[in-house]
Design a protein around this ligand. Structure first.
Ligand SMILES: [Zn+2]
Length: 332
């Protein structure tokens, strides 16, 4: 169980690993992390997520060693390998015959290969409906000699994917949960497109996709759920749930004709929406680190991130509990 002591040792080890210039920031973070009521009540009482492991994954994936995780590059391949090790380490079953689903990346140069990394946690009931939980692991690589580490975009969702999968392996849902780490999102949602062209499950069985992209950085603790405009019953499910406190779950970014404020097609849930599959997309609004070399681990908002991942666990449980309602939202 994660205690305040756990937080202290975890944040302490992070502080020691940082350059001095960042230390002040971490002491401030530590203060807010330990101040009464600053962590969601649920997260404090009974955390489902191993926050130490979560932060270790996001820190590693967004370190310079991973060179910005560009799809089709050496560092993209290294990230795939990291995920395969993490998935097999928690005992996640494969979705097809192996974790990797290779595909050709189009539009940049000839012969580039990407790969989605896919696992499947079977549900405890006979029901064969499937929930997809997804996050893209690729980012922008190195540009102009600068590494775009993509801590929030989207090492945050990727690390969450590993830890949420670990939780539901121990605490299975009634329905199956497909764990999808998509590649080449930044190259035009190509990993999600490749999945739908060559799915490891019957597409008709997919009831919803829950996509995480940028869930770790918000000074105001605001996390958006996009999709409820298209699927009002999903808003009902989310507003009724017993979510962690001290995180503001907001609805929006899904209205047609609002340009880039409409996130309906902005990340990997887009191709699923276009196939009539309901979606919920969780993310923060663009910040100064968005697609910028300053999207670094030391700029994420620690307590907010942990709370957001705890909230995602609640969302998945509620969706599982309300599967008939969710499934009815599918378009033929
Ligand atoms: Zn992203």
């Amino acid at each position: 169980m994660e205690t305040a002591g756990g937080w202290i040792s975890m944040v302490d080890s992070i502080i020691r690993s940082q350059r001095p210039v960042h230390r002040v920031k971490y002491f401030i973070l530590l203060f807010f992390a330990l101040a009464p009521g600053s962590i969601g009540a649920r997260a404090q009482d009974s955390p489902r997520i191993n926050s130490e492991s979560l932060l270790s994954h996001i820190q590693t994936l967004s370190s310079d060693e991973f060179e910005g995780r560009l799809a089709g590059s050496e560092s993209g391949f290294k990230t795939q390998k990291y995920l395969i090790d993490a998935f097999s380490g928690i005992g996640l079953p494969v979705c097809a015959s192996e974790y990797r689903q290779e595909f050709e990346i189009r539009g940049r140069q000839e012969g580039l290969e990407g790969a989605n990394i896919l696992g499947l946690i079977r549900g405890s009931s006979e029901n064969t409906d499937i929930i997809i939980l997804s996050a893209h692991f690729d980012h922008l690589g190195i540009r102009g000699g600068m590494i775009f580490n993509g801590a929030d975009d989207n090492a945050s969702g990727t690390a969450a994917l590993i830890e949420i999968a670990a939780y539901f392996l121990e605490n299975p849902l009634a329905h199956s949960l497909l764990i999808a780490a998509f590649d080449a999102e930044e190259s035009g949602l190509q990993g999600a497109g490749a999945f739908l062209q060559n799915p490891c499950v019957e597409v008709d069985r997919i009831s919803i996709i829950i996509n995480m992209d940028m869930i770790s950085r918000s000074q105001s603790s605001e996390l958006y759920a996009s999709g409820t405009f298209h699927y009002p019953p999903l808003k009902e499910i989310l507003t009724n749930m017993d979510a962690p406190e001290n995180i503001h779950l907001l609805f929006g970014h899904d209205l047609p004709d609002t340009g880039s404020d409409d996130w309906t097609l902005a990340s990997d849930h887009g191709p699923f929406f276009q196939r009539g599959i309901p979606y919920l997309y969780f993310g923060v609004e663009d910040h100064e680190g968005y697609h910028n070399p300053s999207d670094d681990f030391e700029n994420i908002t620690l307590p907010f991130y942990v709370n957001a991942v705890e909230l995602l666990v609640d969302v998945i449980i509620e969706v599982d509990n309300n599967m008939d309602m969710v499934k009815a939202l599918r378009q033929p």
